[in-house]
Design a protein. Sequence first.
Length: 434
Amino acid sequence: MTLRVAVIGSGPAGIYTAEALVKQSAEPVRVDVLERLPTPYGLVRYGVAPDHTSIKSIAGYLKRVLELPEVRFLGGVTLGEHVSVDDLLGRYDAVVYCTGAMVDRRLGIPGEDLPGSVAATDFVNWYCGHPDVDPGRFTLDSPEVAVIGVGNVAVDVVRVLARTADELSRTDVPHDVLQRLSESQVKVIHMVGRRGPEHAKFTLKELRELGELDNADVVVRPDEAQVSGDGFSRQVRGNVEVIRSWSARSPAGRARRLDVRFWLRPVEILGTERVEGLRLERTRLSPEGRVVGTGAFETLPVGMVLRSVGYQSVPLPGVPFSEETMTVPNEAGRVREREYVAGWLKRGPTGVIGTNKSDAAETVRTLLADLAGRERLPGTATIDALLAERGVRPVTYDEWLAIEAAEAELAKSLGRGDRVKLVGLEAMLRACRP
Ligand SMILES: Cc1cc2nc3c(=O)[nH]c(=O)nc-3n(C[C@H](O)[C@H](O)[C@H](O)COP(=O)(O)OP(=O)(O)OC[C@H]3O[C@@H](n4cnc5c(N)ncnc54)[C@H](O)[C@@H]3O)c2cc1C
Ligand SMILES: NC(=O)c1ccc[n+]([C@@H]2O[C@H](COP(=O)([O-])OP(=O)(O)OC[C@H]3O[C@@H](n4cnc5c(N)ncnc54)[C@H](OP(=O)(O)O)[C@@H]3O)[C@@H](O)[C@H]2O)c1
C-alpha cells in the first residue's frame, strides 16, 4: 500500500516535510504539497530580502524536492477556502500543516493604525512582490522614517530603504516597486530597539552589512552603545563590538543616514490624518529583567513608522490553535490523530530557513511512528476529483516553471539581473496559461 500525505504550505517547512517523508518512509509514499499561491517556497520567495541572492539560492535545493517523483505541487489551493480539513482527511492518510506566520504582531499603542504606520509584513510583501500587496501601495515621500525592532527583519527593511535603486535594480524587485524606490525621499532612517545592543536579535553577519552600505552612514550614540554585564555569547559579543565601533565613527557625508538607537520604546505614533512623529520613552530593565519606562521622552519627526516587531501565525479553519502562543499545539509535531504541524506554525516565528529542516524531520518521525502498521486509505477518493468538482484548477509544477521563465524573460527585456518578479495572480496565470 502507498502512504498518502497532504502537506499544506510550500515554504521551507512544507518542502522539508515532503523531503523527510520520502527519505524516512520505508513504504511507498505520495506527497501532495498544497499551496495557496501559484508559486512555491513561501518566505524564501516572499520574505528573504531581494539583495540576499545567495540565501535565495536555497530555492535550488527546495526545487529538487518538488521534482522528486513522489512529490506533487498543487498551487492556488487554499486550506479553508478550496478544501477543508475533513476533505483532506477523507483523501489522505495524514495531513501536515505548514502555513507559517503570515501577519504582524501589534504594538498596542495609540496611532498604530494611522496612514504611514506600516507593518513590516506588508512592507516586505511589497518589495518582494507578494500578490497580496499592490505595487503602488507605498510612496516613500518622508525624509525621515522609523523602523521599530532590532531583529533581522528590521535589518532587511533598513537595508532596502538605505540602498540606491541602482543597487536594487540587479535584484528581482518588481519593476513598479523599483520605480517607487528610485523616487524615495528618505534621508534618515531611525532603527529603534527597546533594550540594549546586548539584547538585539539581529545576527552578526546581517548587522555588519549595515555598516558596509555605500549609500548610508551609520550613527550610534556612544552612551547607547554601552553595555553592562559579561558572560555574553560569541554572537552577542560580536554585535556589541560592531555597535561600539560604529559609535566611534564620524559620518562620511553619504546620501542617507542610519541612526541606530537603543533603550527607547514606542509609546505613541503621532498625527491626525497621517503619521507626523513617533513618541518614544527611554527605558531600563527592572530588577526582574522587564523593560520599564523611565519617564523621559523624545519625539522623532518621522512621516513613516515601520513596525518590525515579529510575525505571527493565523488559525486555520478546523485546526486547533493556541491564542496564547499563536501556534498549533502539538507534541513533537502531532496535533491530533492523522494531523501534524511543522515550521513557524508549529514553533512560532523564529529561526532561519535551515531550522525548519530538523523541525520537519521531527514531525515526520512522529507521523511515521504513529501510522506504522495502520491500515491505509484505499486512495479511491482523490483531491483532483474534488477540486475539479469545485471548479478549482491547481497550478502545476510545470506551470510554475513557466512563471519562472516569464520572470527571467522580463528581467532580460528590462536589462535587469536574472529575474524580475511578476506581480499579481492574473499576471502569473497569464504567464503560465497563455
Ligand atoms: C522577512 C523575512 C526574511 C527572512 N530572511 C531569511 C534569511 O535571509 N535567511 C534565513 O535563513 N531565514 C530567513 N527568514 C526566516 C525563514 O524565512 C523562515 O524560517 C521560514 O520561511 C519558515 O518556513 P515556513 O514554511 O514555516 O513558513 P513560510 O515560509 O511562511 O511558508 C508558509 C507557506 O504556506 C502557505 N500558506 C499559508 N496559508 C495557507 C493555506 N491556508 N493554504 C495553503 N497554503 C497556505 C504560504 O503561502 C507559504 O507559501 C526570513 C523571515 C522573514 C519573515
Ligand atoms: N538573514 C537572516 O538570516 C534573516 C532575515 C530575516 C529574518 N530572519 C529570521 O526570522 C525570524 C523573525 O525575525 P524578526 O526580526 O521578525 O523577529 P525577532 O528576531 O523576534 O525580532 C523582533 C524585534 O522586535 C522587538 N519587539 C517586539 N515587540 C516589541 C514592542 N512591543 N516594542 C518594541 N520592540 C518590540 C524585539 O525586541 P525584544 O527582544 O525586546 O522583544 C526584537 O528586537 C528570526 O528568527 C530571524 O533571525 C533571518
